[in-house]
Structures are given as structure tokens and as C-alpha cells.
Design a protein around this ligand. Structure first.
Ligand code: HEC
Length: 226
């Protein structure tokens, strides 16, 4: 639950996504993850790997009524802190609760065969890039709260909300590959509160859009949406 699982992909795609401003089908969505979360290249949509992924996603989700989401799909939304998330505090959380697997420089650990990660990198050249969903603080904090350290769950979380936000601030302040996202969110008024790249419809800084505090931005948005 809340591990960004596939349960509601089949029932909700194709759909109009504000990030691209386009109607996206499942192959487009899958390739988004290859290009952003995996910082790689998209698959040929007629390849057997893409067909297998679509089959899998269809099989997982085919009992879900069209248009409806299962509870626990996607990523948990944490309440906002009343302060900016703090990378220095987050570093202490990281050292205590994350570093044993993801390593001191966020580089993760490969498996014994050296062909896949046992513990994925969280920053550096092999990590997700700046166009990935996890580069948004709310996604990283919500994912961490309900899944990390490995063994934690929504029912049995280990991190407090504050620790989750702060460790997310630490991780997302580290270097990572950059993604050319100038075409993202063509309607800037639809940018999520924590999308960290301007221009914005409001006057809050990129820094505040990245780390918070988010409540003022949220209030502004509510006042300016029709
Ligand atoms: C005991 C080992 C362990 C510890 C400790 C741990 N993780 Fe993880 N982490 C994992 C494993 C294994 C995965 C891959 C999970 C999967 O693929 O389902 C993972 C995946 C992740 C991911 C997803 C990365 C990606 O690109 O897909 C994030 C983010 C993450 N961990 C954050 C954290 C944070 C933050 C902490 C500390 C609060 C933490 N982890 C502590 C083992 C660990």
C-alpha cells in the first residue's frame, strides 16, 4: 500500500496528464519512468519488453472498475509541516536510518552478480533525475514514510512526518542527473505546489516551492483558482 504500485494504472489510463498537457497511454507512462525515474531511454513501444510490462499492468489492474483508483495506489500524501523541510536535520535521519543500505554517498549497493541494484541509489549519476516524480518533496516524503527504512509500511511506519520531510529535503538537495523539463506543465497554473522549477503563476521562490513551507502557497492557490 502507498508504494506507488500498479493497481490503478489500467483503470485510469489513457488519461490527460497536466505534467505533459497531453493524453497519455500506458506505454507513454511507462517510458516516462524509464526516462525520468530510471534516467535511461524509453523502450520501443512494439518491443517484447514493453508488451510484457503492459500485460503485467493489465493483469494486476483488470478487476478495478474503469476510472476508479484503489485505496493505497500511488503515493501517500503527508500533511505539510508548518516550516520548510530541513536538509541538515534530514542528514541526521539519513545517517541513522537510511545509510546502512543506500550508503554514505547515496550510491546504493549492487547485487552480487553486479547486474542490478540490491539497494537503489538515491542520488548521484545512477539515481533518478530531476524530472522524476521522486524529485518532488511530497512524493519522496510520502514514499519514505510508508515504505522506508525497508520493512516499514503504512500500517507500521518508522519515520515521523517530520523525519520523512527532512530526510527527503536532504536527499533531494544532493546532486543528480538533470532532465530537460522545459516542456513540463505547459499550463503553469497547474504546477504542483512542490514542483521546484519556475516560472510559477505565483510569486513564491523556487526554493520555497522546493522545500516549503507549503501552506502559504496552498492558500494562495486556493484563493486564485476559480
Ligand atoms: C534495510 C535496507 C534499507 C534501508 C535501511 C532503507 N532502504 Fe530505501 N530501499 C531499500 C530497498 C531494498 C529498496 C528497493 C525497494 C523496491 O524496489 O521495492 C529501497 C528503495 C528506496 C527508494 C526508491 C528509490 C528508487 O529510485 O526507486 C527510496 C526513495 C528510498 N528507498 C528511501 C529510503 C530512505 C529515505 C531511507 C531511510 C529513512 C531508506 N530508504 C532506508 C532498502 C533500504
Amino acid at each position: 500500500m502507498w508504494g506507488n504500485n500498479y493497481s490503478s494504472v489500467y483503470s485510469t489510463y489513457p488519461k490527460l496528464r497536466a505534467r505533459s498537457g497531453q493524453v497519455e497511454d500506458i506505454p507513454k507512462r511507462v517510458n516516462d519512468c524509464f526516462e525520468r525515474s530510471l534516467n535511461g531511454q524509453g523502450l520501443d513501444t512494439s518491443s517484447k519488453e514493453m508488451k510484457a510490462l503492459i500485460e503485467y499492468i493489465t493483469w494486476i489492474g483488470h478487476n478495478q472498475p474503469k476510472g476508479e483508483k484503489t485505496y493505497g495506489s500511488g503515493i501517500l500524501k503527508l500533511a505539510f509541516l508548518d516550516r520548510a523541510a530541513n536538509p541538515q536535520k534530514g542528514q541526521l535521519v539519513y545517517q541513522e536510518k537510511c545509510q546502512s543500505c543506500h550508503m554514505a554517498n547515496g550510491e546504493g549497493i549492487m547485487n552480487a552478480d553486479g547486474n542490478e541494484y540490491q539497494y537503489p541509489p538515491l542520488w548521484g549519476e545512477h539515481s533518478y533525475n530531476s524530472g522524476a516524480g521522486l524529485f518532488r518533496m511530497s512524493n519522496l516524503a510520502g514514499y519514505a514514510k510508508s515504505n522506508m527504512p525497508f520493512g516499514a509500511s503504512f500500517a507500521y511506519p518508522i519515520l515521523s512526518d517530520e523525519e520523512a520531510w527532512d530526510v527527503a529535503a536532504y536527499i533531494n538537495s544532493q546532486p543528480r542527473p538533470s532532465f530537460n523539463n522545459t516542456n513540463d506543465w505547459p499550463d503553469i497554473s497547474k504546477k504542483p505546489i512542490d514542483h521546484p522549477f519556475g516560472p510559477f503563476a505565483d510569486n513564491f521562490s523556487e526554493k520555497q516551492h522546493k522545500y516549503g513551507p507549503f501552506t502559504d502557497i496552498k492558500t494562495w492557490k486556493e484563493q486564485h483558482s476559480k
